[in-house]
Design a protein around this ligand. Structure first.
Ligand code: MV4
Length: 460
């Protein structure tokens, strides 16, 4: 097992990694920008090193500073958390070259999945279902129009170097597709330094369903079911749950089997998430693969009774999976609410000092957070301040418990999206589990689409 791990991150995930290391008997080194000196990850780690000024580029994305910090503290491994350098193949490679272990998959896996065209091709070869679309990247606007004409409209154009919703354009008919290709491609070129595009059929009302993969370095692979992440706004997830109402045990077994076959085929290692898009008929299609631990990992932990961070670190240290696929199944239901420091109506960031704090507790309530009373939410990083994770024996119980816990939550001095979460819980589509990626917009616009019909008015 590792002796000392450098945590190349901040906030709640840095704390989550420190806690897992502590339980494994591993020493920890925190890094922080000058804006984060008062952060809990700095206090909870065994050692802490300041790596630069507030902007991420000069601190949490500063590869040289991070490698130097790991080197001078004699770390034997680096945990990247999520975001920042977690899916940067160059960083993973540099860590490895410095004779430390990168706690994540091999750099080649990060590279492969970072290129959405290459990932799509590899996953198709490995047997995952794809939406109809172009093989490989599109040569030019003319090819985009030809392919779109073959598969039919609407189609979506996506940047090979994009992902997570960045660099996408929807074309509804042939008059749009050439112009959109040119615009999207030049936008991708300036945003990512790569203008490569691909195209596939557009699904109008998809659910976002992702499968948790765990693989050791001996070729053993398991899955820990799915998370439903369809409650999103502008590609920012707000609520996630496991299991998904849209996935039956039979479908879970089937999706799990095809996912595991694909992971074996590419010799994947460590933890990962395969994102699927599911259409209204329950058909599922590979979208992207994430090669990091994800923000929403706790809902999987709660229903499968497994510490994913502990497992991730163990596997990176060369230990083997110690259970079998047949021995695991989801028990009960878990829902995560991302608590952001932002205006609940405009979603604008709301940094500032937390002047009063009461966090919910009790049976089935978990809060992963770095905040405390008098903590100052700084404006330089993303606005996530806490994750409220609710577990219940059924979805109904979890929903009631979530409403109870959200009502207990008090955060004063900054605005948070807790009021928005209460609106999600009150939405009949969400309550019934009959929702898709349009839900947040439907709530915000007051749309009644997808609502069960109102009971007939009583006779006069
Ligand atoms: C799509 C799609 C519909 N059809 N692809 C958004 C994030 C990125 N991973 C891919 N995304 C989408 N790809 C096809 N062929 C709709 C989306 C999409 C979406 C996906 C998941 C969750 C929320 C979303 C919100 C808008 C669009």
């Amino acid at each position: 097992m590792f002796k000392k791990v450098l945590i190349a991150n901040r906030g709640e995930i840095a704390l989550r990694v420190i806690r897992a290391c502590r339980e494994l008997g591993i020493a920890t080194v925190a890094v922080h920008s000058t804006a984060d000196s008062e952060s809990l990850h700095v206090r909870f780690a065994d050692e802490a090193i300041c790596i630069g000024p507030p902007p991420s580029k000069e601190s949490y994305l500063n590869v040289r500073a991070l490698l130097a910090a790991a080197d001078v503290t004699a770390c034997d491994a680096v945990h990247p958390g999520y975001g920042f350098l977690s899916e940067n193949a160059h960083f993973a490679d540099m860590v490895t070259r410095m004779k430390m272990k990168f706690i994540g998959p091999r750099p080649e896996m990060i590279q492969l999945m970072g290129n959405k065209v290459a990932a799509r091709e590899a996953m198709e070869k490995a047997g995952l279902p794809l939406l109809p679309g172009a093989r490989g990247k599109l040569a030019d606007a003319a090819e985009a129009e030809t392919v779109a004409g073959k598969i039919g409209y609407p189609v979506i154009l996506k940047a090979a170097a994009g992902g997570g919703g960045r660099g996408m354009k929807i074309a509804r008919d042939s008059s749009q597709v050439r112009q959109m290709f040119e615009t999207a491609s030049s936008e991708a070129l300036s945003a990512f330094g790569d203008g490569s595009m691909y195209l596939e059929r557009y699904v109008e009302q998809p659910r976002h369903i992702e499968m948790q993969i765990v693989a050791d370095e001996r070729g053993n692979v398991m899955h820990f079911g799915e998370r439903e992440c369809s409650v999103q706004r502008r590609h920012q997830k707000l609520v996630e749950e496991s299991p998904s109402v849209a996935v039956t045990p039979e479908l879970r077994r089937e999706m799990g089997e095809v996912a595991l076959a694909a992971m074996r085929r590419i010799a994947y290692n460590n933890v990962g998430t395969i994102e699927f898009l599911m259409d209204e008929k329950g058909r599922y299609y590979f979208m992207e693969m994430n090669t990091r631990i994800q923000v929403e990992h706790p809902v999987t932990e709660q229903v499968y009774g497994l510490d994913l961070l502990r497992e991730q670190i163990r596997l990176a240290a060369g230990e083997e999976l110690d259970r079998t696929q047949e021995s695991v199944r989801p028990v009960g239901h878990a829902i995560e609410f991302r608590i952001n420091a932002e205006d609940p109506v405009t979603f604008a960031p709301s940094p500032g000092r937390i002047t009063g704090l009461h966090q919910p507790g009790g049976y089935g309530v978990r809060v992963d957070t770095m905040v405390y009373e008098q903590y100052k939410v700084v404006p330089f990083y993303d606005s996530l301040v806490a994750k409220l994770i609710i577990t219940g024996h059924s979805r109904e119980v979890a929903l009631r418990r979530a409403a109870r816990a959200l009502n207990e939550y008090v955060i004063e001095g900054i605005k948070t999206n807790i009021p928005f979460h209460k609106r999600v819980l009150a939405d009949p589509r969400f309550a019934a589990g009959r929702y898709d990626t349009r839900l947040v917009d439907q709530i915000l616009t007051g749309s009644t689409e997808g609502l069960p019909p109102a009971p007939a008015a009583p006779g006069r």
